[in-house]
Design a protein around this ligand. Structure first.
Ligand code: PEP
Ligand code: MG
Length: 886
């Protein structure tokens, strides 16, 4: 028989797949002897069975009853026992943390009778009725699907009637009245009563948590975080402990280190006389954890010791949820905590230094995405002016955008291409879509562990929270800054998540400390040193070489400073832009051979100069120069504009410009409906006489020049868009002829490897043949993705990719992250068959995927020799190539 439930003693941290992260870590804490309230876990397997069949798996109910009995024996009380009830919490917990995305029901076991028993044993009627009120509300929302706003309204009306600024001012009588109101609300809305049977409450709550796996916001979160949809959630059922039993009780969240900066030392928020949920929701402002040391020194010391035990045991930063019930500390949750990119690098470096983890483990704990974030610019402190607001620096970085006051508006404006900042009094899990759409999040309430802070940090989104000096009026869609300035919706503000400050208007940006370090080696702070160490270690373990895609000496120089080991792609067409466009136009339009030769001859010295500059900057390193690739019509004037100009002249009874008429004829001659599949790449070289000759001559002469100047030029010549070996053979013959010719002319032998791009499925499928003519392959995964899927790379992202992402056709755009299954398979085939034909074949990738962390891991596994990416991605690629090799 399948087993669906586990008690804490039979679980461990390695069982997160089955017990969820929360359950597995509770089990682990129990094993470590930390004070964990007893309970049991219903497995993800039960959830999966429920969600796939839509029915409760056979035997689940009996198993829950059996584990509940055991819990009742351990605690010496029955669930909902009238005179002294055992109460339990029912919480979701998936394998991967999804903060606030799924459901929780607390205080299960309370009913009209047991609430009186609880009042008696706790000595507080107010507490008992407040707990019952919470249960009816949570149950109504979560299990019975009632609109949360209805409960909030009833509460707000009561507070107004009692002139109570917060719920702590409501007394037992008020809360008992509220329970009745809530129950009536449930009856009216759901057509049935709030169940009085504790067993039914438990059972229904477990199923509701299962269902919440598929809630809209949970799905959205998973898509964003690339969490598979079929994992399901576990459910933890645990004896309730109460943080709202008076001033000697409370709840808090702690981190074993500061999750924003990585600095060591216990860190977090504490809320006296409150349940855990109140801390995370930011409903009341928490105090810094340090204050607990004065409020309850014994519990504080214990918490600090447990935190240390956990950090040593997990060998990483842990976050902890805890509750103090009348002076007794209980640990309710722990996990390896989310952190900012700064903190990830700083903590990894420190733990390596402390000898707690190896350098390899340290590298595994940082990421290329994090490094990319550290390379983003910061605000220029000299140009910030007076702040609009100060708050908690919850998630670092600099963001500028128009203030918006709800998620729908954030999504709408972002879809129209506007940058926005989501401003809320506090966020709830329902704000997720707005947070995704926004550049930054600003809240008026809540600490570093509030929902806004935790979620923003996880997403790498800039966040300032708990800005108490602003007044947010969501209804009126505006907020008032500390100096009284009123910010209406749409006003541009700048949010500094590192300093916790907000400014009016756009603040100019400057290079970050990490960027300055990468550019110049300046070691400004400990985070930068940590980045340096991680990169050094990555360099020492990686097998993949990292090159850059660069077309100018400036880009090449930057790439080299960033650690590039050569140029993997120089797109020569980029050298024909600007004023040289006219020369290209002349070449295309030339009616005679002499005319074309003249145009090509004018281009030659310019190209030679380009190549000389590149070879000089990258002296001693390979420079892969690709022959001209894009369709020629891209260099000609716009067809419609020309036609309109001619028609306008004719309509005015004038003679159209003769040059325009000639141009239009040529443009019409060259027009293609589908230029990306048209006259480009090697095809161009084979049909436009003299083009390859000119380019190769320019390369060869640059090599000679550099050689004579005492350099070590290492040019490689790459032929684009080859689909058949015959194409490459023809192009290569011409290349070799020109190289030999220049060698003879100058007396300097020119040796350049000749290779090809693999960017058409046919090239990949006939790679064995193509390798006969190619000394290297460079995968053009942009075109290879386009031609494998039949997606136009210029159009699809706007046209339907967002619908495809929503529908789950793919989890990420295949133009960003390599589609391993399809495009990846072609890469694999080409590498294998190419190497079989030519064992010393060099292989690399120069499509955008060369700088994408996930794709880099694939290229490592596929045994490529190098990845090539834009200069700014070079450090990211070094780091991820190292991580891939671990
Ligand atoms: C490619 O297709 O992946 C490539 C690098 O070439 P381009 O983007 O210039 O077409
Ligand atoms: Mg291409």
């Amino acid at each position: 028989m399948v087993r669906y439930a586990y008690d804490f003693r039979s679980g461990s941290r390695d069982m997160a797949g089955l017990l969820g992260g929360k359950g597995a870590n509770l089990a682990e804490m129990s094993r470590l002897g930390l004070p964990v309230p007893p309970g049991f876990i219903v497995s993800t397997e039960a959830c999966r069975a429920f969600l796939t069949t839509g029915e409760e798996p056979a035997g689940l109910s009996a198993e829950i009853s059996r584990y509940l009995s055991a819990l009742e024996t351990t605690t010496g009380r029955l669930l909902g026992q009238p005179d002294d009830p055992l109460l339990v919490s029912v919480r979701s917990g998936a394998r991967f943390s999804m903060p606030g995305m799924m459901e929780t029901v607390l205080d299960i076991g309370l009913n009209d009778e047991s609430v009186l028993g609880l009042a008696k044993v706790s000595g507080s009627e107010r507490f008992a009725w407040d707990s019952y009120r919470r249960l009816v509300q949570m149950y109504g929302i979560t299990v019975m699907g009632i609109d949360p706003a209805l409960f909030d309204e009833a509460m707000a009306l009561l507070k107004e009637a009692r002139h109570a600024s917060d719920d702590l001012r409501l007394d037992a009588g008020d809360l008992a009245w509220l329970v009745e109101t809530y129950k009536r609300l449930i009856r009216d809305e759901a057509g049935r009563d709030f169940p009085q049977s504790p067993a039914e409450q438990l059972h229904e709550a477990v199923l509701a948590v299962f269902r919440s796996w598929n809630a809209e916001r949970a799905r959205l979160y998973r898509r964003r975080e690339h969490i598979p949809d079929d994992l399901g959630t576990a459910v933890t059922v645990q004896r309730m402990v109460f943080g709202n039993l008076g001033p000697d009780s409370g709840s808090g969240v702690a981190f074993t280190r500061d999750p924003a900066t990585g600095r060591p030392g216990l860190y977090g928020d504490y809320l006296p006389n409150a349940q855990g949920e109140d801390v995370v929701s930011g409903i009341r402002d928490a105090v810094p954890l340090a204050e607990l040391e004065h409020l309850d020194p014994v519990s504080y010391r214990r918490l600090r010791d447990h935190a240390q035990t956990l950090e040593r045991h997990y060998r990483d930063l842990c976050d902890i949820e805890f509750t103090i019930e009348r002076g007794t500390l209980w640990m309710l949750q722990t996990r390896v905590g989310k952190r900012t990119a700064e903190a990830a690098f700083a903590i990894a470096a420190e733990l390596v230094e402390e000898g707690l983890i190896s350098a390899d483990e340290g590298l595994a704990r940082v990421s290329g995405d994090g490094l990319a974030r550290l390379m983003f610019p910061r605000f220029d402190s000299a140009a910030t002016g007076e702040p609009l607001a100060h708050g908690v620096p919850a998630s670092p970085g600099a963001a500028v955008g128009a203030a918006v006051f709800d998620s729908a508006e954030a999504v709408r404006r972002a879809a129209a291409g506007e940058k926005v900042v989501l401003v809320r009094e506090e966020t709830t899990p329902d704000d997720l879509s707005g947070m995704v759409a926004a550049q930054a999040v600003l809240t008026g309430r809540g600490g570093k562990t509030s929902h806004a802070a935790v979620v923003a940090r996880g997403m790498g989104k800039v966040c300032v929270c708990g800005a108490q000096d602003i007044a947010v009026d969501g209804e009126a869609r505006r907020f008032t800054g500390r100096d009284g300035t009123v910010i209406e919706e749409g006003t541009v503000i700048s949010v500094d998540g590192s300093a916790g400050v907000v400014y009016l208007g756009p603040v100019p940006l400057v290079a970050s400390a990490t960027m300055r370090y990468l550019e110049s080696g300046e070691q400004a702070d400990s985070v930068v040193c940590a980045v340096g160490r991680a990169l050094d270690h990555a360099d020492s373990v990686r097998r993949l070489e990292v090159r850059a895609n660069a077309d100018t000496p400036e880009d090449a120089a930057r790439a080299r400073r960033f650690g590039a080991q050569g140029i993997g792609l120089c797109r020569t067409e980029h050298m024909f832009l600007g004023e040289r466009r006219k020369l290209v136009e002349d070449m295309i339009l030339a009616r005679t051979e002499t005319g074309r030769d003249r145009a090509l001859a004018a281009l030659l010295p310019l190209q030679r100069k380009d190549f000389t500059g590149l070879l000089q900057t990258m002296d001693g390193l390979p420079v892969t120069i690709r022959l001209l690739d894009p369709p020629l019509h891209e260099f000609l004037p716009d067809r419609t504009a020309l036609a309109v100009r001619i028609a306008a002249a004719e309509a005015a009874g004038e003679q159209p410009d003769a040059h325009d008429v000639e141009l239009l004829k040529a443009v019409n001659r060259m027009h293609e409906e589908n230029p990306m599949l048209g006259l480009r790449g090697v095809r161009l070289g084979l049909v436009v006489p003299g083009l390859v000759t000119m380019q190769v001559r320019a390369i060869a002469e640059a090599v000679v020049e550099r050689t004579r100047a005492g350099g070590s030029p290492r040019a490689e010549i790459m032929v684009p868009l080859v689909g058949a070996v015959e194409e490459l053979r023809l192009a290569r013959e011409e290349v070799m002829r020109v190289l030999a010719e220049v060698g003879e002319e100058t007396g300097v032998p020119v040796r350049c490897p000749v290779g090809t791009m693999i960017e058409l499925p046919r090239a990949a499928l006939t790679a064995g043949r193509i390798a006969e003519e190619a000394e290297f392959f460079s995968f053009g995964t942009n075109d290879l993705t386009q031609t494998t899927w039949g997606f136009s790379r210029d159009d699809v992202e706007a046209a339907f990719f967002s619908a495809y992402l929503d529908k789950g056709v793919f989890a990420a755009s295949p133009f960003e992250t390599l589609d391993r299954e399809g495009v990846g398979r072609l890469v694999r085939i080409a590498v294998e068959e190419g190497r079989a034909a030519r064992p010393d074949l060099e292989t690399g990738v120069c499509g955008e995927h060369g700088g994408d962390p996930e794709s880099i891991h694939f290229f490592h596994a596929t045994n490529l020799d190098y990845v090539s990416c834009s200069p700014f991605r070079v450090p990211v690629a070094r780091l991820e190539s190292g991580r891939a090799a671990l």
